[in-house]
Design a protein around this ligand. Structure first.
Ligand SMILES: CC(C)(COP(=O)(O)OP(=O)(O)OC[C@H]1O[C@@H](n2cnc3c(N)ncnc32)[C@H](O)[C@@H]1OP(=O)(O)O)[C@@H](O)C(=O)NCCC(=O)NCCS
Length: 144
């Protein structure tokens, strides 16, 4: 991912889903970026979520995602999507936890394939879909 690509994405997407920036001792320790695809306005596509090693395991990533989902701009969102490589256990655990708290399903399928899309240079990215979920579940089961 080039810096230019990231800059273009951020300038186009942050107006759709502004992200909170959690901090620890004055240092930003979390980041989330995502967008609502124009042809799937029921879906928040999480492009990246990352938490500093020093702040992991405290529920921060989960709360970042649910905080974005709770925003007005996501009022019609009832599904989450992202892509994850098979070996990213922390991400599978994160999205599995969110699906469980939203009382809905998590499905996965190979999306960007190692040989077809990455010329063998990057592991296959699986498309993860969580949902559909009830908007009420955001406040009832996922706020903690
Ligand atoms: C994935 C990542 C964002 C998780 O951040 P985090 O703040 O530690 O995650 P949370 O504390 O919110 O954990 C959410 C759930 O996932 C589980 N989990 C998180 N990391 C885990 C790990 N390494 N192993 C097992 N379970 C894990 C937690 O136990 C929690 O489950 P629970 O709600 O049932 O208790 C973080 O590890 C990271 O930044 N990784 C590098 C970047 C990355 O791969 N991002 C994802 C792809 S864009």
């Amino acid at each position: 991912m080039t810096t230019q690509c990231i800059a273009i994405f951020c300038s186009a997407a942050t107006s759709q889903v502004p992200a909170p920036s959690p901090s620890l001792d004055g240092e930003v320790v979390g980041w989330i970026s995502g967008y609502i695809p124009p042809d799937h306005i029921d879906t928040l596509f999480v492009w990246q979520v990352c938490v500093s090693e020093k702040a992991r395991g405290r529920g921060l990533a989960r709360r970042l995602i649910t905080a974005v989902l709770a925003r007005n701009v996501c009022a019609d969102v009832t599904r989450i999507q992202s892509t994850i490589t098979k070996d990213n256990g922390a991400s599978w655990a994160l999205f599995g936890s969110i699906a469980e708290r939203l009382d809905t399903d998590l499905t996965r399928k190979a999306h960007f394939r190692r040989d077809d899309h990455f010329d063998g240079q990057h592991d296959t990215e699986f498309l993860v879909t969580i949902g559909p979920f009830e908007r009420e579940a955001l406040t009832i089961r996922s706020a903690a």
